[in-house]
Ligand binder design. Structure first.
Ligand SMILES: C[S@@+](CC[C@H](N)C(=O)[O-])C[C@H]1O[C@@H](n2cnc3c(N)ncnc32)[C@H](O)[C@@H]1O
Length: 343
């Protein structure tokens, strides 16, 4: 039996090539009149060897295969870059990627608990199989058998035509992995059928290796990898580079708008709209008080204010009436006449 335990460092356990080969041999490249392209992704790719092996099998069947890998650990990501088409060295959580453009997702997440005591297998499944796969896209999910129960509800709601295998006798004892194949439903649904599937998956989780066939058991079953007509136009990490900022700013009119906001307007631009009728004296006073006209008029300065004035009128011996009115005051500062106040 292979000494696989030693390889499991920080959640890293590469799918043994013998097991990947058995998985890949069950796959049929789903060429149809829509085309012959498939986009396949491993969102926790390790060194990329498992996805590469799957891609090679599909290519041999005539498929035009584009591979996408995401790997958090830098040195593994660098190795994955040598064997996969597109690789990002980052956590999948930060990745921006075109939705529903994947024909296949190979998901072999870390087998451990998060700090919040959630299982990583559940977190990866929840986050990664919501939007990335196209409807009808194939998920290959590799996890320890006893964790399947925790994933069963989500798998049953999101996937259909589910089949479950396990690693072969040589490899199963170390992590007790099962390999689940399932097709992404158009829309998630939880009906009686999904509940039956969930209960079936739970019962597998609670049992031993005998309840599911090993990958090397010949059962003639095949799983189609559907073609896609959608390009993965966006496959980016979460970091924004200085060059990107420059490019975006170069195309934006933000500087022009800022300049207009902070530059004082030309005198010629500050003009009152011409009124239809000539202004009466009271209108002039109101316009000056509002600051719409006036200011420095050459050899004198004109300013205006409007303030509230209260007045008390005696009506009878017992009653008084209070009134308030707005009074507009215009002051003219002139070198010849001093301060002239107009009300
Ligand atoms: C079980 S290994 C699977 C490797 C590969 N898929 C395979 O089957 O051979 C899980 C990998 O997930 C990586 N990983 C852990 N957290 C990750 C995250 N948040 N985003 C992307 N990769 C992550 C680990 O560094 C590790 O290489």
């Amino acid at each position: 039996m292979a000494n696989l335990g030693a390889e499991a460092k920080a959640g890293y356990f590469a799918t043994p090539p013998e097991q990947t080969e058995l998985i890949a041999n069950k796959l049929i490249f789903g060429e149809d009149e829509e085309g012959e392209k498939v986009n396949i992704c491993d969102p926790c790719a390790g060194e990329g060897t498992a996805l590469k092996q799957i891609a090679e099998t599909l290519k041999k069947q005539g498929g035009e295969v584009t591979t996408f890998g995401i790997e958090l650990e830098e040195s593994r990501a660098q190795k994955a870059k040598e064997v996969l088409g597109y690789v990002i060295a980052d956590g999948y959580e930060a990745i921006r990627m075109t939705n529903q453009a994947l024909s296949l997702m190979y998901l072999n997440p870390p087998y451990q608990e998060t700090r919040n005591k959630e299982r990583e297998e559940v977190r990866f499944l929840r986050d990664l199989t919501d939007k990335r796969l196209q409807p009808g896209g194939l998920l290959i999910f590799v996890i320890p058998q006893y964790i399947l129960g925790k994933c069963s509800g989500m798998l049953a709601n999101r996937f259909e035509e589910i089949s479950v295998y396990r690693f072969t006798d040589d490899f199963y004892p170390v992590f007790k992995q099962i390999v689940l194949f399932g097709y992404r439903k158009e829309k998630s649904s939880s009906g009686p059928k999904a509940r039956r599937t969930r209960d079936w998956l739970k019962s597998i989780a609670e049992s031993g290796p005998g309840v599911v066939p090993a990958l090397d058991k010949e059962d003639e079953a095949t799983y189609t990898v559907p073609v896609t007509d959608k390009e993965v136009e966006l496959f980016r990490d979460g970091k924004v580079s200085i060059d990107e900022v420059k490019e975006v700013l170069g195309e934006s009119n933000v500087f022009e708008r800022m300049e207009r906001m902070i530059t004082p307007p030309e005198e010629s631009e500050v003009r009152m709209k011409s009124p239809v009728m000539p202004l009466k004296l009271a209108h002039m006073g109101t316009a000056i008080a509002a600051g719409a006209v006036g200011g420095n008029m050459g050899n004198h300065i004109v300013t205006g204010t409007t303030s509230k004035v209260s007045e008390v009128h005696e009506r009878t011996e017992e009653t008084v009436a209070r009134t308030e009115k707005m009074v507009t005051t215009v002051k003219v500062f002139s070198p010849e006449h001093g301060v002239v106040k107009l009300e």
